[in-house]
Design a protein around this ligand. Structure first.
Ligand SMILES: Cc1cc2nc3c(=O)[nH]c(=O)nc-3n(C[C@H](O)[C@H](O)[C@H](O)COP(=O)(O)OP(=O)(O)OC[C@H]3O[C@@H](n4cnc5c(N)ncnc54)[C@H](O)[C@@H]3O)c2cc1C
Length: 418
């Protein structure tokens, strides 16, 4: 007989692990929660650089830019003190157009915040979240891969004449076990198997862009500033890390161009990168191994089906140009956790359709709006059209002289107006 849980969360990335942390204290800690992660042991054992870094290899190349709202959420979960020594606050942001005169500058002082956001390695956040879970007996971390899912909707119909069995959400694991749960949360990332097994309709398209991600050493300090330059091939971002001569880079390029850059030796790659950022931080002097991610925008038309909820990248993936992917997922987590807490306080089941639909109604418009805005930016900055290029250069410089609008934009990016 399968072990039963109130809530099973599939995927222990930032999103799944954050949700587990939110839920452990809900209903006075009486919810039984399973967090199933293929790489749970690896996550718990990962180590990371502290103090002064000597080389780009001291950092893991996959980072997230956490907004002030996401940082506040992690602080409320009491994990920020673990993350903070490894996070770099960025206080300013410089955005400009490679070909023109347009530029815009944001400063946290203008919106009376200590930072515009924080850059931190993905695994630092995940490990801190896993660490905290150890203190709670009602959460069970299962180091396993989910290989199958049966829900009341996709279960085989009972034999004719026989009484229909009560079918639960059942997850099959690769260790020959299975578990059942009232509510299953799919936080299994952009290529979510659960989303596919449950045949959620999605709207998706290729950007024909690939992101090259790595860590580099620069010859000048980053000055706690996020640097982003737009070119026709795509944007390059230098995101400051907690050592002042190291940045994480996200270079989104047309796929054919990215393939060429990936073939360069380290020295030629550093030269090319220096050029792409117009040497704002002097020459790039060293690089870590390069990783590449094909970029695809995807949005599931529903987030909820029969006791199953899609969360984070399983529900939506966006272009990394504005560093909003994990933030949107964390806002989803906050909304779902509040709905589940509300359901418990009203003696409603955690999989009650009204509870899940309230979550979907709150999050879908916000996610769609964010995706449309990012797509607009991507189109505007990826264009060869002379008129549009003139407009964006003039527009950026105009915006830079409008403190009220600019500060509103900075507040939106920091998650202050969710
Ligand atoms: C190049 C790039 C740069 C980015 N930069 C930023 C940024 O600066 N800021 C930002 O906010 N976002 C950024 N993002 C997006 C961000 O990384 C994602 O939005 C975020 O990590 C999504 O978290 P998640 O937990 O939903 O998914 P994931 O991080 O993908 O986690 C999913 C987890 O599920 C597990 N899993 C999958 N299937 C199963 C299964 N069947 N059984 C058990 N476990 C399973 C996986 O092992 C994994 O740990 C970037 C993305 C890319 C590609």
């Amino acid at each position: 007989m399968a072990e039963h849980f109130d809530i099973a969360i599939v995927g222990g990335g930032i999103i799944g692990a954050s949700l587990a942390n939110h839920l452990v204290t809900v209903n006075a800690g009486r919810l039984r929660i399973a967090l199933i992660e293929s790489r749970a042991t690896e996550t718990a054992m990962s180590s990371f650089a502290s103090g002064k870094a000597k080389s780009p290899k001291d950092f893991n190349s996959r980072v997230v830019a956490l907004s002030a709202a996401s940082q506040a959420q992690l602080q409320a979960l009491e994990v920020w003190q673990e993350i903070s020594p490894h996070a770099c606050p960025y206080r300013e942001m410089e955005v400009w157009d490679e070909e023109g005169t347009g530029s815009i500058h944001f400063d946290c002082a203008d919106i009376h915040e200590p930072a515009l956001g924080y850059i931190v390695e993905n695994h630092v956040v995940v490990q801190a979240l896993f660490q905290r879970l150890k203190g709670f007996a009602n959460v069970h971390v299962l180091d396993a891969t989910v290989t199958g899912f049966t829900s009341p909707e996709n279960a085989d119909t009972a034999e004719e004449g026989a009484e229909a069995p009560a079918v639960l959400n059942r997850l099959t694991l690769d260790n020959n076990h299975s578990i059942s749960a009232d509510l299953v949360v799919a936080a299994d990332g952009a290529r979510s198997q659960l989303r596919q097994w449950m045949a959620f309709d999605t709207r998706e398209w290729d950007y024909d862009h690939t992101a090259i991600v790595t860590t580099v050493t620069t010859s000048q300090p980053h000055r706690h500033t996020a640097w982003q330059c737009f070119s026709v091939d795509g944007p390059v971002a230098f995101l400051p890390l907690h050592d002042e001569f190291h940045c994480s880079i996200v270079w989104s390029l047309k796929t054919s161009v990215a393939e060429q850059k990936l073939l360069l030796d380290d020295e030629a790659f550093c030269r090319s990168l220096t050029q792409a950022l117009q040497a704002r931080l002097g020459p790039v002097v060293a690089t870590n191994t390069r990783m590449s991610f094909p970029l695809r925008q995807r949005h599931s038309k529903r987030y909820v089906k029969d006791g199953l909820v899609l969360l984070g990248d399983a529900a939506h993936t966006v272009h990394p140009l504005a560093g909003q992917g994990a933030n949107l997922g964390l806002y989803d987590v906050d909304a779902l956790a509040k709905e589940i807490a509300r359901a418990c306080s009203r003696q409603l089941a955690v999989n009650d359709a009204s509870v899940l639909h309230r979550f979907e109604r709150q999050r879908m418009p916000h996610n769609l709006m964010a995706m449309a805005t990012l797509e607009g930016f991507k189109q505007l900055f990826g264009t060869d059209n002379l008129a549009l290029r003139w407009m964006r250069n003039t527009g950026m410089s105009f915006l830079n002289r409008q403190p009220l609008i600019k500060n509103q934009l900075a507040k939106i990016a920091s998650g202050k107006f969710i």
